[in-house]
Write a new protein. Structure first.
Length: 247
């Protein structure tokens, strides 16, 4: 049984919340953490005399007690200078790949080894063999097109794949496999355009929004940790809680 300052969170409440946390490593624990935090915020709302119940109370407490400064010009400029790659626009690269798809029935080490063998064979065979090998080995629908994915722009594929292909020179077969959530890829680039750097003046509003959002997340996290530290919570260890309210 879980209790928060004497208020019991029963199994029925846990069960009704758990379906929202199916992607968590432990859905029931994640649901419990969420309910504890919400109960703390509702109790705090009553103590402050703001909001009523539920989401309204949560919003009212956070609005009343969590304060974050706006991002100033200097902070925005520092972010722009440190993360210039995020402000490159109009970049694109032509990509071909051979996907060795990872599934629950396939052991990753064995699949990685097999993909590595095909990569070595392809490196020895030369560029002309890529399309045929893609048709033979790739688990991606692009296999029918010889592995061709066409022109990729930033934001059009998963981050781990994007980071690798945009770092590659044009017309290059990557010497190592690219590992993504889908499996292992043999990748070759075609033509590419590195794009252009967005001027600071054009990026400033977006940067300020990012910094403000990040600051709000940090402040909310700290505030919720403070509430947890002040509370009498039984039946659940809240250290390392990963509720969405703490993210």
């Amino acid at each position: 049984m879980i209790s928060v300052n004497g208020v019991v969170i029963d199994e029925a409440r846990l069960a009704s919340e758990a379906w929202r946390h199916q992607e968590a490593a432990d859905p029931m624990e994640s649901a419990a953490q969420e309910l504890v935090l919400r109960e703390l915020l509702v109790q705090r709302a009553r103590a402050l005399g703001v909001g009523t119940e539920g989401d309204e109370a949560v919003r009212a407490v956070l609005a009343a007690e969590v304060r974050t400064p706006s991002a100033d010009e200097a902070a925005c400029r520092r972010y722009y200078d440190m993360h210039g790659e995020r402000f490159v626009v109009d970049a694109w690269v032509e990509v071909e790949h051979i996907l060795f798809q990872l599934t629950p029935r396939i052991r990753a080490p064995a699949l990685r080894h097999r993909a590595g063998e095909i990569l070595q064979a392809l490196a020895q065979a030369g560029p002309a063999a890529f399309a045929d090998m893609a048709r033979q080995y790739s688990n991606c629908p692009s296999a029918t097109a010889g592995g061709g994915l066409g022109t990729i722009r930033r934001g059009e594929t998963v981050p781990e794949f994007e980071a690798e292909v945009f770092a590659m020179p044009a017309h290059t077969l990557r010497e190592r496999l690219v590992e993504t959530r889908y499996g292992f890829h043999i990748v070759r680039t075609g033509a590419r355009d590195p794009g252009r750097m967005l001027a600071f003046e054009d990026a400033r509003a977006r940067i300020a929004e990012w910094l403000q959002a990040a600051s709000e997340r940090r402040a909310t996290h700290q505030y919720l940790q403070w509430l947890v530290g002040q509370a009498d919570i039984k039946g659940l260890d809240m250290q390392g809680a990963d509720s969405p309210l703490l993210q």
